[in-house]
Write a protein that binds this ligand. Structure first.
Ligand SMILES: Cc1cc2nc3c(=O)[nH]c(=O)nc-3n(C[C@H](O)[C@H](O)[C@H](O)COP(=O)(O)O)c2cc1C
Length: 173
């Protein structure tokens, strides 16, 4: 069962919760993977409701998104399961099947080929309509040092902004 919602009624909720970690799920070649995201933007472009996710070049999620430009976003409604957020934010889908490891249950997407994760019931289905790799020289130096510093594991690991048109929004019940 699911309750369809007006995404704007939940935009504030999504932005309030994203700092604590929400899930971005992808699927390509029958492989489903989910990762924690702490950054994102919700708004309007080209007259469409858009969720923008910022995914580093090194993520397995990036590989799947490049193969299939669709994703789902899942957001907790009540208390978040910290273990889900932590495992999905530290383990790569290259090394493990996070959904199986955590016993996550999926619900088939309505408008995309990617499923939703029922444990975080507020779901956005998104289709990538634009993407843009960050231009390193355009990043404010303080943030370049902080997030992509030379000599750290994040050196050169810039984010790509994936603009997903929100094609469905609902709460799994
Ligand atoms: C709270 C939290 C927020 C995160 N936010 C992002 C994010 O917005 N973008 C990103 O690329 N990685 C983010 N990460 C890191 C990824 O979730 C992590 O590297 C994950 O293991 C990548 O999985 P994958 O290789 O299966 O794609 C975050 C991690 C945590 C714990």
């Amino acid at each position: 069962m699911k309750k369809h919602v007006n995404v704007w009624d939940y935009a504030g909720h999504i932005m309030e919760r994203i700092g604590g970690g929400i899930l971005l799920t992808t699927k390509a070649d029958d492989k489903v993977n989910t990762m924690t995201i702490g950054w994102g933007t919700i708004g309007v472009q080209w007259g469409k409701p858009i969720f923008i996710a910022f995914v580093r070049e090194s993520r397995y999620t990036k590989q799947l998104l490049e193969a299939n430009g669709e994703f789902t976003v899942n957001v907790p409604m009540g208390e978040a399961d910290k273990n889900i957020i932590s495992v999905c934010g530290t383990v790569s889908g290259r090394d493990a099947d996070k959904l199986a490891q955590l016993g996550l249950t999926t619900e088939e997407g309505e408008t995309v080929s990617v499923p939703a994760i029922r444990q975080l019931p507020l779901t956005l289905e998104c289709k990538v309509i634009y993407k843009q790799a960050q231009e390193p020289s355009a990043i404010f130096p303080e943030y370049d040092d902080r997030f992509y510093a030379k000599g750290t594991r994040n050196e050169g690991d810039y984010h790509i902004a994936y603009y997903g048109e929100i094609t469905a929004a609902y709460i799994a019940e």
